[in-house]
Design a protein around this ligand. Structure first.
Ligand code: NAD
Ligand code: MLT
Length: 308
């Protein structure tokens, strides 16, 4: 009977589906690494993970049993897909299940930055009634730059338009016609958009092209006071450049959900004024987690039972 290993916490609906599927056995073993992970992966036919476990070439060394790994989420960057391919292991993801939740989180971070929500909350909890200090800015009539107009970027852009923002986007794979239909202006390059935007949000994978996309040079090109949001992948914004940009006062604020190294509990950005930070929560809603878990289970079960 095919056996499926659950490597990261998966929503109950996904586990229930596995329970109800006859002819499949499963086991939940979270927090595995090193030799324990390598041994476990070789005992199962399928594996399901989120972003917690790191499936490296070493974790797959000598593997003769595993056939499929499903990522309950979008990014498969915690799985060495090339090593998996060498072992004939198929890597799949569930790209649509957390789109709306992540777009909402990016938007939530943009609003939290604009109205100083976390800092004002902290100040009030500490007993201060600081109305002057936390003067905010309106989103309406401001310009949002979006890099990566895929599933999440598009949903963020739609929400920004509903808030009466102007939206300029950069995505070499999106046609100007498609963008224009939605009321989004496309820019030919990222540097060209920077002097015109009040907010920047990125929604691309981390690739050699997007690593350090926003660095000290690009920050200089931004309008003074611009606010940056990253709900995509750590490393797209250079974190040292963000610290310098905030210290100099050129950046008006930075909101991050993702970090160059994760988990990240110690960063010079944490505690800086005008920084809002969450621990990779973009997809952490009941709805998104149910959807990605159920889809990941379906993918693995189908693959193991029908080969498709
Ligand atoms: P997607 O594939 O639908 O969209 C990515 C877009 O980026 C595509 O339109 C692509 O054309 C564009 N792109 C690629 N390289 C580019 C470049 N160099 N410059 C500009 N655009 C480029 O992916 P998605 O589902 O929208 O996810 C976007 C990102 O968000 C991914 O990195 C994903 O891992 C991440 N994500 C994070 C969370 C979270 O919890 N914070 C949740 C879901 C997804
Ligand atoms: C993703 O790529 O889907 C995200 O990083 C969300 C997650 O799994 O937490």
């Amino acid at each position: 009977m095919p056996k499926v290993l659950i490597l990261d916490p998966l929503s109950q609906e996904g586990l229930d589906l596995l329970e109800q599927t006859s002819g499949i056995e499963y086991e939940v073993r979270t927090g595995l690494k090193g030799e324990d992970l390598r041994t476990a992966l070789n005992e199962f036919d399928g594996a399901i993970c989120r972003s917690g476990v790191k499936i490296t070439a070493e974790s797959l060394e000598g593997n003769t049993n595993l056939k499929v790994i499903a990522r309950a989420g979008v990014g498969t960057d915690n799985i060495d897909s090339k090593a998996a391919a060498r072992h004939g292991i198929v890597v799949m993801n569930t790209p649509t299940g957390n789109t709306i939740s992540t777009a909402e989180h990016a938007f939530c971070l943009m609003m939290a930055l604009s109205r100083n929500v976390p800092a004002a909350n902290q100040s009030l909890v500490e007993g201060r009634w600081d109305r002057k200090k936390y003067m905010g800015t309106q989103l309406a009539d401001k310009t949002l730059g979006v890099v990566g107009l895929g599933r999440i970027g598009m949903e963020v852009a739609k929400r920004a338009l509903a808030f009466e923002m102007r939206v300029i986007a950069y995505d070499p794979f999106v046609s100007p016609e498609r963008a224009a239909e939605l009321g989004i202006e496309l820019t030919p390059t990222v540097p060209e958009m920077l002097p015109h935007i009040d907010y920047l949000t990125v929604h691309t994978p981390l690739t050699p092209e997007t690593k350090d996309l926003i660095n000290a040079e690009s920050i200089k090109k931004l309008k003074p006071g611009a606010r940056l949001i990253n709900c995509a992948r750590g490393g797209i914004y250079n974190e040292e450049a963000l610290v310098e940009g905030l210290k100099s006062g050129h950046l008006g604020g930075v909101a991050l959900d993702v970090y160059a190294e994760e988990p990240c509990t110690d960063s010079p950005l944490f505690g800086m004024e005008n920084v809002v930070a969450t621990p990779h929560l973009g997809a952490s809603t009941e709805e998104a987690q149910t959807q990605v878990a159920v889809e990941a289970v379906q993918l693995v079960v189908n693959y193991l039972t029908t080969g498709e």
